[in-house]
Design a protein around this ligand. Structure first.
Ligand code: SF4
Ligand code: SF4
Length: 477
């Protein structure tokens, strides 16, 4: 063998409870190192280049030549070690020639009856000024989805706003049109909606039940925390109304589990108390947290110290999740669930999300945006539901998104999970959808390492947790 070198950015080594783990970074695959592979790995880690003489001298007394050769071959196959003289290859960019949509997001109204202090929506307005999508725009959007999803069995229609229930009439019209049209094309149509729950009625809940909507409520926790930001246009807290409607929703709704999405802002960061209230007092199936870091009013955004504290609290709640998972229980913490899903399924992302690739958002004029968050922003649009997708323009964006080498993502050990991070977060903070939000990066790497530890612990104590609670999620998607 000639001299070989370790490709450090393709391997991430961690010790968990005395077990030596190695994450193969390009595929987010986890391996437990046996004694030979641990010694070989450590030899490469402490030398710039290793040849057979050095290997024999350092490890020959403890391992047979055969086991050393086998181990080396598996490292070569994984591209964890390489010929020391071999030049680094640029990351391959997958050419985008078509846009195989699975999801269309309809922005049914720019108006919202709330005025949450941290809302990022640039086109958001009051109910009176809300601009509603017309039915013919929604129909053209759905027809575009069917056309772009010709090889798929299922398609998704997401209703978004403003507050989508402020245009409930359109939602009902769209479902009445889409269900039979989907059947004609041999496709199942799934519907989903995120609501502030203030306008929910029993009649709506029964109708959603009949059409098996995936429902998510936006709510920020117990009264004092929720009312800090989630207020009416007139400035009144909405907790009492929302909690009442949520109780009604959770009692009546049987089609699917209902989740809740919490926005963490300055002063609203008590992850444990918020989870406890929403999961146990109100009864949501899953609680997910998103920090507000790019809202228009900086005072509500989390600064570095608060963000760090949020991640520490997320890890504390994550430990509760692990303890429960080891007993076979799922405490309904979406962020942790997603993290473990990424690790269990070996995520291999080239781009951070489906925005612009499997999913597009439509505004009231039928213009196509990367996702719901870009509707109303100054970022370019990518065609119109009447004239079709501007494929070359969108392809150029997606191909650009795959190459973040100038930003440091090339050597990052969570690049196959993160892939550069949310375009909208980058756009909102830095005016460039490709520029990583670096103050997130260290926290995200730490969060993924926490996920690896958690995965190893649950795997050891109760491996059936993954087949019962994690893998089914992929089957449904
Ligand atoms: S954005 Fe940051 S955390 Fe994500 S892949 Fe790039 S460097 Fe890594
Ligand atoms: S760009 Fe950001 S907000 Fe939009 S779909 Fe992707 S991750 Fe979500």
């Amino acid at each position: 063998m000639g001299a070989l070198t370790l490709i450090r950015h393709n391997a991430h080594r961690m010790d968990v409870d005395g077990r030596a783990m190695l994450m193969h970074v390009p595929t987010t695959s986890l391996f437990e190192l046996d004694r030979t592979s641990r010694d070989v790995y450590d030899l490469f880690r402490s030398h710039e280049a290793v040849d057979s003489a050095l290997m024999q001298q350092q490890l020959g007394a403890h391992h047979t030549s055969e086991t050393l050769v086998d181990c080396l071959q598996s490292f070569l196959d994984l591209d964890i070690v390489r010929d020391a003289g071999e030049a680094e290859l640029p990351r391959p960019i997958t050419k985008v020639e078509e846009i195989p949509l699975s999801t269309i997001i309809l922005n049914v109204n720019t108006g919202c009856n709330l005025a949450c202090t941290y809302c990022y929506k640039e086109d958001l307005t009051t109910p009176a000024k809300g601009e509603k999508m017309q039915f013919d725009t929604a129909v053209a959007s759905f027809e575009l989805l069917l056309k772009q999803a010709k090889d798929r069995d299922r398609v998704n229609v997401v209703f978004f706003g403003g507050e989508p229930l402020s245009n409930y009439a359109l939602i009902k019209q769209v479902v009445a049109y889409a269900e039979p049209r989907g059947r004609e094309e041999g496709k199942v149509v799934d519907f989903s909606l995120t609501t502030n729950a203030t306008l929910l009625t029993e009649e709506m809940v029964d109708w959603f039940n009949a059409h098996r909507f995936a429902l998510t409520v936006s709510m920020d926790g117990p009264k004092a925390l929720h009312d800090a930001n989630r207020r009416t246009v007139g400035g009144k807290g909405t907790y009492d109304l929302v909690a009442r409607n949520v109780k009604m929703l959770l009692e009546r709704y049987t089609a699917r589990p209902v989740g809740v999405r919490v926005t963490l802002t300055r002063g609203v960061t008590d992850v444990i108390a918020i989870h406890d209230h929403l999961k146990h007092d109100l009864g949501f199936a899953e609680v997910g947290f998103g920090p507000a870091t790019s809202g228009p009013i900086a005072v509500f955004n989390l600064d570095d110290g608060a963000l760090k504290k949020v991640f520490e609290d997320m890890k504390t709640l994550g430990r509760h999740y692990v303890e429960a998972a080891c007993r076979g229980e799922n405490i309904g913490f979406s962020n942790m669930h997603q993290l473990l899903t990424d690790i269990a399924q070996g995520t291999k992302k080239a781009v951070p999300c489906g925005a612009g690739l499997g999913m597009l958002a439509v505004d009231k004029s039928g213009e196509l945006h990367l996702c719901h968050r870009f509707v109303g922003s100054n970022e370019p649009t990518y065609g119109n539901v009447e004239t079709g997708i501007n494929v070359p323009k969108l392809a150029a964006f997606i191909e650009g998104a795959q190459d973040r080498s100038e930003y440091g993502c090339r050597t990052c050990h969570i690049r196959s999970i993160c892939a550069g991070g949310c375009y909208h977060e980058s756009y909102a903070r830095q005016g460039d959808p490709f520029a990583p939000v670096y103050h997130y990066c260290d926290l995200m790497r730490d969060w993924v390492d926490f996920g690896i530890e958690s995965y190893v612990r649950i795997m050891r104590a109760n491996p059936s947790f993954f087949s019962r609670h994690i893998e089914p999620r992929r089957a449904k998607a």
